[in-house]
Write a protein that binds this ligand. Structure first.
Ligand SMILES: CC(C)(COP(=O)(O)OP(=O)(O)OC[C@H]1O[C@@H](n2cnc3c(N)ncnc32)[C@H](O)[C@@H]1OP(=O)(O)O)[C@@H](O)C(=O)NCCC(=O)NCCS
Length: 179
């Protein structure tokens, strides 16, 4: 699938934080209607102020070189984010990166996730040896992409998340960038 030419995938900028907060809040609205949404949520929706603080911390982490962080922009709007951050910077496991990706509803299944994975993993080769990511068992699109990029399922943690009274299994997937 070819991503349409008006999608720009570029590194995070400090000025993106406002839109990332808006998107994060939109995911809180989405999960009320679609309980399969593959992101984890707090029991109470955080305020925009708290979200801004979290995103500012992520930006600082990126600025210090502890993560790779890309956004996808369509007509000036941030519609996706993908990042890999060290699981523990300045430690014996600093070479292990944790990957997460989220595309805004309305922009999925257009190849943006694929394009972000490709760019992210290319950049990751210079910084990380091992990439891990956590995905819920029912997240078909995410597992399809992981498989395409050579990730292997390392295991399953049963009953990891409780949503709407039901437990869901979490899968750990890994990619070795260097053996
Ligand atoms: C998972 C996610 C990042 C994928 O991004 P995307 O931009 O939609 O991905 P793409 O369009 O590049 O590719 C999606 C692929 O999954 C396939 N797909 C979609 N739904 C699927 C399903 N239920 N089961 C299997 N494959 C599926 C599509 O056909 C496509 O594959 P193809 O190009 O080989 O035909 C996006 O759906 C998302 O952000 N979801 C919500 C947050 C989330 O789940 N994040 C991941 C947490 S690990």
């Amino acid at each position: 699938m070819k991503v349409s030419s008006n999608v720009i995938i570029r590194p995070l900028k400090k000025s993106d934080i406002g839109q990332l907060v808006e998107n994060a809040l939109a995911f809180y609205d989405e999960v009320k209607e679609d309980s399969t949404l593959g992101l984890d949520f707090k029991k109470r929706r955080p305020t925009a102020h708290v979200m801004r603080k979290w995103h500012s911390e992520s930006y600082e982490n990126f600025r210090k070189g502890n993560s790779i962080y890309l956004v996808a922009e369509v007509d000036g709007r941030i519609v996706g984010k993908a990042d890999i951050e060290s699981v523990s910077p300045d430690s014996e496991v600093e070479h292990v990166g944790s990957l997460s990706v989220a595309i805004l509803k309305g922009y999925r299944n257009m190849g943006i996730g694929f394009a972000m994975f490709a760019k992210l993993l290319e950049k990751a080769k210079a910084k990380f040896r091992v990439i891990r990511t956590d995905v819920y068992s029912d997240n078909g699109a995410s597992k399809h992409l992981l498989h395409k990029f050579g990730f292997k399922k390392a295991g399953t943690i049963p009953n990891f998340r409780k949503r709407n009274g039901k437990y869901q299994n979490l899968e750990i997937w890994t990619l070795l960038l260097k053996t």
